[in-house]
Structure formats: structure tokens, C-alpha cells
Design a binder for this molecule. Structure first.
Ligand code: FE
Length: 179
């Protein structure tokens, strides 16, 4: 299970909080205290040597935030984006065959809507973790752009549901990450 969220200190300085009600209809906030090193059960296998841990699955705006963990090198997949992607490399490194740069630990990457690229983990990296915020869908394609499959927040939710069910947490465990 998740580690409990730490409580902040009470307000010894008497700092003044916002006094008015929050807007009607607002969805709940979310804090994941141990997003990186918490329960291994929360990492869903997505392919050999590749896992994904959901952080935020947004079904009303059509995006998802997850940690991608990879423990193998080489081509992971080739995909086209319908929406934008923001990435933050937490561990290891990766690059796209279509660009000359490499994203290393601490790098931020913006991927523009419409781009097609081929994700590669270099041979000297055995443990890669990156935080991805993915808007819209990834369409998996061959080198000529022909579609071979896709992922979006809904396909991800199905995968996490199946995984959480399989490890005994129950499929509905995914709801705590949904907004
Ligand atoms: Fe991408």
C-alpha cells in the first residue's frame, strides 16, 4: 500500500489561509507521497523489461501522467503523438532516432503534437525512469507510419485495472489515480 502522506506542521506563525469556499464542482486534489520508491506492486508491466506506474489518469481532459521504468536497452517502440508530451528524466537516459540529442537524468523534454519518433534506451543504461505527461494518444507505427496500435488514457486505465486485479489490489484501485 502507499505510504501515508506526511502531515505538515500546524500553523505556529499564524499565517492566514484562504478563507472562502472552494468552487462547486472542483475535483479533489491528489498527493502521492512515495511516487518513485513506493510499493513495487503499483508498477504495471507493459512489455518485457518495461513498467509503468500511474500517477494521474485524467479522463475529462484526455491525458495521463505516469512513471515509465525500463530495465533493458534498445528500441522500445515507435509512435506518433496526437497531443503534446512533457518528460522529466529521473534516472538513466534515452533518445529518439529522429533527433541528435540525448535526454539524461535531470533533463526536461517537450514533444510536439504530430511528431513521430522511435524511443531508444542506450546500451549503458540498465535502469531508466522518466515522468511522462502524455496528452491525447500515442499511435504505434512502423517506419512508414502505418499504425500498429495505440495508447491513450483509456487504454492505460484498462491495463492498470488488469494489473491491479492480478496483484490482488482489485481493479478499482485505479480510481484513486483518476480525475
Ligand atoms: Fe514520444
Amino acid at each position: 500500500m502507499d505510504m501515508p502522506v506526511r502531515k505538515r506542521p500546524t500553523n505556529p506563525a499564524g499565517l492566514e489561509p484562504y478563507a472562502r469556499p472552494q468552487p462547486w464542482g472542483m475535483v479533489g486534489d491528489m498527493v502521492i507521497a512515495d511516487a518513485l520508491d513506493g510499493d513495487e506492486q503499483l508498477w504495471a508491466p507493459v512489455a518485457p523489461g518495461i513498467w509503468s506506474r500511474p500517477l494521474h489518469l485524467n479522463v475529462s481532459a484526455g491525458y495521463y501522467v505516469h512513471l515509465l521504468r525500463v530495465k533493458r536497452s534498445g528500441i522500445l517502440q515507435r509512435h506518433r503523438h496526437s497531443g503534446s508530451v512533457h518528460a522529466w528524466v529521473i534516472r538513466g537516459s534515452w533518445y529518439y532516432l529522429e533527433h541528435d540529442w540525448i535526454a539524461n537524468e535531470g533533463s526536461y523534454v517537450f514533444e510536439p503534437p504530430g511528431e513521430t519518433h522511435t524511443l531508444v534506451v542506450p546500451d549503458d543504461c540498465q535502469d531508466m525512469i522518466t515522468l511522462f505527461t502524455v496528452h491525447g494518444s500515442l499511435m504505434y507505427v512502423d517506419p512508414q507510419g502505418a499504425s500498429t496500435g495505440y495508447d491513450d488514457v483509456f487504454s492505460r486505465i484498462e491495463r492498470y485495472r488488469a494489473h491491479f486485479e492480478a496483484v490482488g489490489l482489485g481493479a478499482d484501485y485505479v480510481k484513486r489515480f483518476m480525475r
